[in-house]
Design a protein around this ligand. Structure first.
Ligand code: AMP
Length: 311
């Protein structure tokens, strides 16, 4: 199934305890596309400025992604984000966010993007996510990601667009911030009552948890010797998760498909964070991904042995 993604396409400045980069290609839609394109054809939607060069455009075309709806705005500046990670790598401070060409962007999708069966509304203003949702009337599976900034400044639009999707993928803490509920379980149940049938909580170094009306399933993050740069981990996870679902042609209602999607998302995110920016995702091979998915399967697996408990 073809996948359309709208979200930030950006330049990032990043500082981690292991180094820094002044300006590297990033953005939620970029990371998502690099991961999802391992599974199927991706259509990227979003504007960039004329500071966005041919080399960056070539990266967006990785694995045949369709960039017809990546609009270069003359005289415009690309989205820019600057962040600094704390020593634990799980928390970070946003030092700067400049919407640039996203501020006045009015998406008009080409037929290929509009007709995709799978849609991912990656992190960007909720009003823009809604405009794209409305144009993709044929989408059979729609997932959405967001972040604390939009919960703070555009909550009403965010809640509206969440009501129009099948799956919400959000950080654990942001799920609780959005709903005002004290635990992940109660926050996810609240979201399920708004419309989506699937909630995925991203939990950084602790992995991710899937919650549906019937399921509560957690996977740890893949154990790594070193995390160099966590930027894009969440979007890469989403690319693996949504990409796997797209590759099963409508499998989102199958619990086992969702569990496998969690493993592909987790495996891909683990590669992303081992290097800066998009570096690792440009080189990762299908064999690399399958090896880590197999490991994740073995970590979580156990045969039930009932204890002879004393009363
Ligand atoms: P993640 O680490 O998965 O949360 O995603 C990091 C990416 O999100 C970076 O490449 C940024 O360019 C992008 N980003 C950061 N803040 C925003 C925002 N407010 N809206 C859209 N994208 C953002």
């Amino acid at each position: 199934m073809a996948i359309t993604v709208v979200g930030s396409i950006a330049f990032d400045a990043v500082e981690t305890p292991y180094g820094s980069r002044e300006r590297m290609l990033g953005g939620a839609a970029t990371y998502f596309s690099l991961a999802a394109s391992l599974f199927d054809r991706v259509n990227l939607v979003g504007p960039v400025g004329d500071d966005f060069g041919d080399a960056e455009m070539a990266v967006l075309r990785t694995r045949g992604a369709n960039v017809d709806d990546v609009e270069r705005v003359p005289g415009g500046r690309s989205f820019f984000w600057k962040g600094r990670y704390h020593d634990n790598m799980d928390t970070r401070d946003t030092l700067d966010t400049q919407l640039g060409v996203f501020e006045h962007f009015a998406p008009k999708l080409s037929p290929a993007s509009r007709d995709a069966e799978v849609l991912f509304l990656a992190n960007i203003q909720p009003a823009l996510q809604l405009q794209v949702r409305e144009q993709c009337e044929r989408a059979e599976f729609v997932a959405l990601d967001s972040m604390n900034l939009w919960i703070d400044i555009a909550r009403a639009e965010l809640v509206e667009v969440i009501g129009r999707v099948d799956c919400l993928i959000l950080n654990d803490e942001e799920l609780r911030q959005l709903t005002g509920k004290p635990t992940l379980y109660t926050a996810a149940r609240e979201i399920l009552s708004w419309g989506p049938s699937i909630v995925v909580a991203k939990q950084g170094a602790h992995g991710a948890t899937l919650i549906t009306a019937e399921t509560y399933f957690s996977l740890p993050a893949y154990p790594l010797k070193l995390v160099l740069d966590p930027t894009g981990a969440g979007d890469t996870f989403a690319g693996g998760f949504v990409g796997f679902i797209a590759s099963t042609a409508g499998g989102a209602s199958d619990d086992n498909v969702l569990r496998n999607a969690m493993a592909y998302g987790t495996a891909l995110a683990s590669y992303a964070v081992e290097r800066f920016g998009t570096e690792a995702l440009l080189e990762v091979t299908p064999e690399d991904v399958e090896a880590r998915v197999a490991d994740l399967w073995s970590f979580g697996r156990f045969e039930r042995i009932e204890a002879a408990l004393r009363a």
